[in-house]
Write a protein of this length. Sequence first.
Length: 146
Amino acid sequence: MNAENDLIKLYSGRILSLAGDIPLTERLAEPQATVKKRSPLCGSTVTVDLVLEGGKIAAFGQDVKACALGQASAAILGAQVIGRTAEEITAARDQLKAMLTEDGPVPEAPFEGYEVLLPARGYKNRHASIMLALEATAEAMAQATG
């Protein structure tokens, strides 16, 4: 029964609400960079398009085919991604990974919304899906500036 309660907590109403309302889901017609990431374990995919202006994300689009946790992660990112620098995206990615795998703190503002995914720490098979959107965005920024 305990494992079942943990799963119910993992798929909280807040996570399901985020998963159902992902921002910036329109792909960009002329992106500077596009990156598709796939989790081999579960098959989740996220494709990210972006345009930079002055080193910050000016336009962003994402196509998310993932579990509710991956969708929630993409929603949190999508709500905060415009105007972010490569350093901010990389820091959020690294902080989220540390939160999930090393009991690290919740990512810093403006990405503190990832705290909703704290219950996923114990589900290592979900970590890759949760990380996809930030990993794809960090890679796309590197491509656009490289």
